[in-house]
Write a protein that binds this ligand. Structure first.
Ligand SMILES: Nc1ncnc2c1ncn2[C@@H]1O[C@H](COP(=O)(O)OP(=O)(O)OP(=O)(O)O)[C@@H](O)[C@H]1O
Length: 718
């Protein structure tokens, strides 16, 4: 097959040779068809600002109704750019476009257009059948019978046999065929096909052309095809040649060959390239375009009548089109039913992480490493009881892992080696000195004061563990003295500290028990769900964007608002199922503490999960690079965790920073959730109410921001 790219390259390697005949004939060639125009562009210019490339330069084409129009040109000449302008994805810098009689291409019109983009734009996880159903519905085709018949017809023509196969399991050529098939399913008035036949074998290619001709004849469909293969363009009614963003010629294949006096279209293009170079060199373009302008002015008179006629096609103005919404929901449903394992993973992930947390924390605080040196261990004691041993007996619970050292300096060294967090040391004669000092009130000298005390060495770098051991140490000491008093018939009140623990209003008495770790459950719950929903929504949106599905939806007439509205609703649906299952699992199976009903925790968990979902959407909309989104999400979640009081209670912060905590999306909800779980508070308690309000406000702000930003970024599709 001849390639224009090859001709163009070949030509560029040659120097110009003057041919006046060709230069003159150009003026004849650029003319519009004298029939109704399906597409009419007038002197369109477009440049990409990013790389300063002028993709199109004064391009005027005229695609008549019910005809096949081939736009030919080598790679990078601007074919796709022109198509994207026609479909409304790009706005030209200058010039005008009329599509089916409308001056502004966009979603109000695009359901009458079948568009096959170069990058396919198909959801790889959907099977062939569901892909057809989805695009039929987007194009307002509702009759299942019709869809089924048309789909079978196309599958036949396109040679796609098994319609249960997923898009991702098709070869590149088959994917292109499917993409072509779905662009035809909605019975479009206008077909825009961007290189539909690349990678497709010649027999099927011929069938495709036959079918396109059949559509033009029987349904009056207008077709605009871009290609760089010349031989297939002979089958079209009109061809035009584009080179470096300039239109070289436009006309029927035969008329072009006749005018340029060539046998083939390849030769026409070759000669046109030569002529264009000469024109450029002679700075003669002005004349060519002025001749064009005269012809276009003539066409304009005819097309003004066409505009009126075509404007009878209604433009849906309602905010939400139910067909689109239904199609989008169906697509999500198809995706869900065919990829249930993804959904299962999403449902089970928070349960699995919370199960792991429960497993790790189940026994409460355990095995904090403590060194003990007891110098009176081998000493003879008159009454047989060493106070130090009584203490060790009380102190030795599962909360600590005790190592006995014979030497105090060795025990101290074990802290420096990172083996222990605390050393408890008893000197020789500890029990005797203690009794002398506290029972006989014989205060003695410095030595006896030293030996009657318990000596402690600390590693204060692990504050939570040290606080727990300290507390445990005091309680054990109290118990030791009580035991000693009961053995010796003494009144234990003699030694008690004048502090009375009246009542533990919330929580448990012993802070080494399981319940003491419950305070971290709310933060783990909120962080896990926020993170999972952020990841799900951002990756879902990014993959839709990556495969071009979102662009194709928008081009096909789905409005940005509809797309985002459905996405948020569908995500909320799956989030709701996830939270319900998770709550049943953690409160009924894992027995997480819950002081009253499900409702309060449910609202707080749901609103923070929605925050995660909306944040994910925002990141995916604002940042185009997947890796950047991933890094940004990780950074955001970690920073939010640090600054929310999830790791360390905000009561320990300076009062200056505490003032800002109210604005943090997690801080108040965290307090609210722990109040609901551990204190059994209801809405009348201000901590619950504040948390709910803060969370709700953040949710609303984020959702509104996602809808507005997405709408703004895609406003060209309105
Ligand atoms: N998003 C973009 N940003 C910057 N430049 C672009 C962009 N898209 C296309 N271009 C440039 O605009 C010019 C025209 O590109 P276009 O995709 O329209 O060519 P094409 O004729 O469709 O090529 P092909 O046949 O290979 O698809 C090229 O030089 C291309 O590099």
């Amino acid at each position: 097959m001849s390639s224009l790219f090859a001709i163009d390259r070949h030509f560029r390697s040659r120097k110009k040779s003057t041919t006046n005949l060709i230069t003159k004939s150009l003026s004849f060639l650029i003319r519009s068809a004298k029939t109704m125009a399906a597409i009419k562009t007038d002197s369109i210019s477009f440049g990409f600002q990013k790389n300063n490339i002028q993709a199109l330069n004064n391009v005027s084409i005229n695609v008549p109704n019910g005809k096949i129009y081939s736009l030919l040109g080598p790679s990078g000449c601007g074919k796709t750019t022109l198509l994207r302008i026609i479909i409304g994805c790009l706005r030209p810098n200058s010039g005008t476009v009329q599509v089916l009689g409308h001056c502004q291409p966009g979603s109000q019109l695009n359901h009458q257009i079948g568009y096959m983009p170069q990058e396919l734009g198909l959801n790889p996880f959907l099977p062939i059948r569901e892909t057809f159903y989805y695009y039929a519905r987007v194009n307002h085709v509702k009759s299942m019978e019709y869809i089924q018949k048309r789909m079978e017809n196309y599958l036949d023509i396109l040679g796609l046999k098994d319609c249960e196969r997923r898009v991702s399991q098709l070869s590149m050529g088959q994917k292109r065929l499917l993409s072509l098939g779905v662009s035809l399913i909605g019975k479009p008035r206008l077909l825009l096909l961007d290189e539909p036949t690349v990678g497709i074998d010649s027999m099927i290619r011929q069938q495709i052309w036959n079918h396109l001709r059949h559509l033009c004849r029987t349904e009056g469909t207008s077709v605009l095809i871009t290609t760089h293969y010349i031989d297939e363009a002979k089958e079209s009614d009109i061809v035009s040649f584009l080179r470096d963003g300039r239109l070289l010629a436009e006309g029927s294949p035969n008329s072009l060959m006749k005018k340029i006096q060539c046998q083939t279209l390849e030769e026409v293009f070759f000669r046109l390239c030569i002529a264009e170079t000469i024109q450029n060199d002679d700075d003669d373009d002005q004349q060519k375009f002025s001749e064009n302008k005269q012809e276009q002015a003539l066409d304009k008179i005819q097309d003004d009548n066409v505009d009126q006629e075509n404007s009878i096609y209604p433009c849906s103005k309602q905010l939400i089109n139910w067909d689109h919404l239904y199609a989008l929901f169906c697509r999500d449903y198809f995706f869900f039913t065919h990829n249930f394992h993804f959904f299962l993973f999403y449902l089970l992930l928070p349960m699995a992480s919370l199960f792991l947390v429960k497993l790790l924390l189940n026994g409460g605080i355990q095995s904090i490493p403590v060194a003990i040196h007891n110098a009176e261990h081998h000493q003879q004691q008159n009454d047989g009881y060493h106070l130090s041993e009584l203490f060790i007996e009380q102190f030795n619970t599962s909360a600590v892992a005790i190592t006995i050292f014979k030497n105090e300096s060795e025990a101290e060294n074990s802290i420096k080696l990172g083996q222990n967090l605390m050393v408890i040391s008893f000197r020789v004669n500890f029990s005797r000195s203690f009794v002398d000092r506290y029972i006989k009130h014989n205060f003695g000298n410095n030595n006896s004061r030293d030996s009657s005390s318990i000596h402690l060495y600390f590693d204060h770098t692990d504050i939570p563990s040290i606080l727990i051991i300290n507390n445990h140490l005091l309680i054990s000491l109290q118990k030791t003295i009580e035991k000693y008093c009961s053995i010796h018939g003494l009144n234990s009140m003699l030694f008690s500290v004048p502090i009375q623990e009246k009542e533990i209003i919330y929580g448990s008495h012993d802070i080494t028990k399981t319940s003491s770790l419950n305070f971290i459950f709310p933060s783990i719950l909120i962080q896990t769900l926020f993170m999972i929903n952020l990841a799900k929504s951002s990756f879902e949106l990014m993959y839709l964007g990556d495969y071009g599905c979102m662009n194709r939806d928008l081009i096909q007439g789905v409005r940005p608002f509809e797309l985002m509205f459905e996405f948020i609703l569908a995500s909320c649906g799956s989030l709701f199922v996830q939270i319900c299952l998770m709550m049943i699992f953690i409160f009924n199976v894992l027995k997480f503490p819950l002081a009253n009903d499900f409702l309060n925790p449910f609202w707080i968990i749901t609103s923070t999960s929605i925050q995660g979902m909306a944040t994910g959407i925002l990141l995916a909309i604002l940042i185009s690079n997947k890796v950047t989104v991933m890094f940004f999400s990780c950074g955001l979640i970690i920073t939010m965790g640090f600054t929310s009081g999830a790791f360390w209670p905000i009561e320990t912060w300076s009062s200056f920073w505490q003032q800002f905590a109210i604005f943090h999306p997690w801080t108040m909800p965290l307090k609210s959730l722990s109040s609901a779980m551990f204190r059994g508070h209801y809405y009348q308690n201000h901590d619950i109410l504040n948390g709910q309000l803060v969370s709700l406000i953040h949710c609303l702000i984020l959702i509104l921001a996602t809808i507005i930003i997405f709408h703004y970024k895609n406003r060209r599709f309105q």
